[in-house]
Design a protein around this ligand. Structure first.
Ligand SMILES: [Zn+2]
Length: 316
């Protein structure tokens, strides 16, 4: 059975409440017929409403949350307060962010709940190099065997476990367990992983090595055929340690503004962010507007306003 069909059959079993007996020979792949297609509804098994009911805005980073579908092959598998995004591939899968260390078992549990073996995750990507998004990387690599891909600046932090001295929050972030980085990704590079293509967008500002990602999410075979452009856009919040002033670092502020302008133009039918509430995810889910709703341009505008306000405060 090919990786994809193994996943799809497993997902179908989850959706229909079946559990495979461990010693049962695996049947050859069967593409669901039209009548079966309508009976398999992952959205019913993992409704977005369950996440809305269980979680609150700016929730705890290690609070369990149910997984939910962003679209087809793209799933939110994080906790209530910290995102982790799973992209289901043909033979291997991609995970973006591992959350805090305590979130790793919860993320793995969500991945398994979808019928996916974490060892089939071949690639681990990151948003930005802070412990709330990559503190679980070492444990996640251990559980999955995935290769780690990061920007050059983020790679230094992952490999050393120590936040960059150029990071506005350098003074307040704890050390992390170091993790080996297998590959550096450059701005604008398209990673071709199995049957997926995911584009890296370097968006420094919140951290020097921050990355945003875009890819087309497409429906699974039994769903109505559709693809939408997903943007997983980094935090970009202009926050810092007590003694740091953005206005003392004009090069960083210039890079920050370039990042904001870049985010405004990203392909962005569905916006997700490392902290769900940073893009009003719960509000959007309640309103049924995860598709559309807050756009990358809206997000960029609000970040730009926050940066302006921060610089104004520093000058006052
Ligand atoms: Zn951060």
């Amino acid at each position: 059975m090919s990786g994809k069909f193994a996943v799809l059959v497993a997902l179908a079993m989850v959706a229909t409440g079946c559990t495979p007996a461990s010693d049962t020979p695996v049947a050859p792949p069967v593409v669901p017929s039209a009548s079966v297609v309508t009976s398999i509804d992952l959205g019913t098994s993992f409704p977005q409403q369950a996440f809305v009911d269980q979680c609150e805005d700016w929730d705890e980073w290690d609070k369990p949350a149910p997984p939910f579908e962003l679209l087809g092959d793209t799933w939110y598998v994080g906790t209530c307060g910290i995102s982790a995004i799973l992209i289901i591939g043909d033979k291997e899968h991609i995970l973006i962010d591992s959350g805090v260390k305590a979130a790793v078992p919860l993320i793995l549990q969500n991945i398994r709940a979808l019928g996916i073996d974490p060892r089939d995750i071949g690639t681990l990507l990151i948003s930005h190099e802070h412990f709330d998004h990559v503190g679980g990387h070492a444990a996640m690599v251990q559980a999955t065997g995935a290769r780690v891909i990061a920007s050059a600046e983020a790679a230094k932090v992952l490999a050393s476990g120590t936040v960059s001295p150029d990071d506005p929050q350098a003074a307040i972030h704890p050390a992390m367990r170091p993790v080996k980085v297998d590959r550096i990704v450059a701005d604008g590079e398209v990673l071709r992983i199995d049957d997926k293509e995911i584009t890296a967008h370097l968006t420094p500002g919140h951290t020097p090595g921050a990355m945003s990602w875009t890819w087309p999410a497409c429906s699974l075979p039994w769903q109505p055929p559709v693809c939408r452009r997903v943007a997983y856009v980094d935090s970009l919040s202009p926050v810092s340690g007590d003694d740091y002033r953005f206005s003392d670092h004009p090069a960083l502020v210039a890079a920050f503004r370039t990042s904001i302008a870049k985010v405004a133009k990203l392909p962005c039918d569905i916006l997700a962010t490392p902290h769900p509430s940073a893009s009003q995810m719960l509000d959007r889910m309640r309103a049924g507007t995860l598709l559309g709703g807050t756009t990358c341009a809206d997000y960029a505008r609000s970040i730009g306003q926050r940066l302006d306000a921060r610089l104004k405060d520093e000058g006052a």
